[in-house]
Design a protein around this ligand. Structure first.
Ligand SMILES: *Cc1c(COP(=O)(O)O)cnc(C)c1O
Length: 395
């Protein structure tokens, strides 16, 4: 089985670019710039500099000793992406794409955001470089995440509430693509997850794969061997592909992505396209997607707003279809429990998104040997979720 891209922009039958001609030209220029700069020594040096001095990399690979003891099985290591500036892995990709935008001469950066995490990270990168920033956000989400809207405004970004469709992330992506088509001459679309038409999934994987490259080196230093299992939560799939991709060729490393199982398998109760959906198309690329029989995108639900997307990255879709990785679900309730368990056991309050991966590790580690090793990607910190969890556990 070859894990390389089968044809440019495709991962097996997934990915590609199904967009209007005008947009295709924009994507072609983006791909060309990415190919030019990704290995350019000046570009890499500048990116390394900001990742170290501004983001705070490398993030530690931390042995969660008390959680491990409590579970009585495999050793659990946490990749501490929650310690990055702005509190999650999103900034890794933002710094890479902002530098790319600068090289391409963009005067204006636009982005979409659901929960607001990617919007905040993008606004942060733009503030740091003094670039105009416009964030598209579903009107419904601007209400649910009012504080993140204010954060983005503090950082100098303009937040545009999107009032079409269900007024959520899916509609914000459409609005951002529309802006890009109208303003491509001076505008760069900074996409936040490993989704969208080619070359975005490849670009995002490239900038997020620092997670897995660091984790690999760090574990070899600390344990002298590779992990038995690596796991991460999957929304669009960027933190997961960032951890997974440097281990894909290591056949002894089991790879498991965790989808948000919400309240169950019924329509509208989850956001798990790999587990409950099927192959289809969304936002200009092919992937596992949650659609009704008439082709309409299904509503999604997750306790973790950042996992709430009806599609998933094409590379994950391919790993599922080819069997290289497994994808499982964790329910809202299990994630909420893991959120509290990790906080108490390790003094680390995880994002509700990341708590899905922690919950999965809590299920499987006790069935593994004490000599075995699990790496859990802690994609973000939970400060943003404390109010929500407070409201949930009060009842
Ligand atoms: C956005 C987000 C996610 C989900 O996005 P992916 O692209 O699937 O990584 C997960 N965790 C946190 C903390 C996030 O902010």
């Amino acid at each position: 089985m070859s894990l390389a891209q089968t044809k440019v922009g495709f991962f097996g039958d997934f990915g590609g670019s199904f967009v209007p001609e005008q947009l295709q030209g924009v994507l072609d220029r983006l791909d060309e710039a990415f190919q030019t700069y990704k290995d350019d020594p000046d570009f890499r040096q500048e990116l390394d500099h900001y990742l170290r001095e501004f983001v705070g990399r490398p993030s530690p690979l931390y042995f969660a000793e008390r959680l491990t003891d409590a579970l009585g099985g495999a050793k659990i290591y946490l990749k501490r992406e929650e310690l990055n500036h702005t509190g999650s892995h999103k900034i890794n990709n933002v710094m890479g794409q902002v530098l790319l935008a600068k090289r391409m001469g963009a005067k204006r950066i636009i982005a979409e955001t659901g929960a607001g995490q990617h919007g905040v990270a993008t606004a942060t990168g733009c503030a740091m470089f003094g670039i105009d920033c416009v964030i598209y956000m579903g009107e419904e989400d601007t209400k649910r995440q009012a504080l993140n809207v204010f954060r983005m405004e503090l950082l100098g970004a303009k937040v545009v509430p999107v009032t079409t469709g269900t007024r959520t992330l899916k509609d914000a992506v459409d609005a951002a693509l529309g802006d890009l088509m109208a303003n491509y001459e001076n505008t760069f679309y900074l996409l936040g997850s490993a989704v969208g038409p080619h070359p975005y999934p490849t670009i995002v994987r490239h900038f997020q794969s620092i997670i897995g490259r660091e984790a690999r080196t760090q574990l070899l230093e600390q344990e002298g061997r590779l992990p038995d299992l690596i796991t991460a939560c999957v929304g669009g799939g960027s933190n997961a592909i960032g951890l997974f991709s440097p281990f894909v060729q290591d056949e002894t490393v089991k790879i498991v992505g965790v989808e948000p199982g919400g309240r169950g398998s019924a329509r509208g109760e989850h956001a798990a396209p790999i587990t409950y959906g099927g192959p289809g198309e969304i936002h200009g690329f092919k992937c596992y997607v949650m659609k009704d029989d008439d082709g309409a995108i299904q509503p999604t639900h997750s306790i973790a707003a950042g996992l709430d997307y009806p599609g998933v990255g094409p590379e994950h879709s391919y790993y599922k279809a080819s069997g290289r990785a497994d994808y499982v679900t964790v329910t809202d309730e299990e994630a909420l429990n893991a959120f509290q368990v990790l906080s108490k056991a390790e003094g680390i309050i995880p994002a509700l998104e990341s708590a899905h991966a922690v919950a999965y590790a809590m299920k499987v580690a006790p069935q593994m040997d004490r000599e075995q090793i699990v790496i859990v990607n802690l994609s973000g910190r939970g400060d943003k979720d404390v109010q929500q969890v407070f409201d949930l556990v009060q009842r």
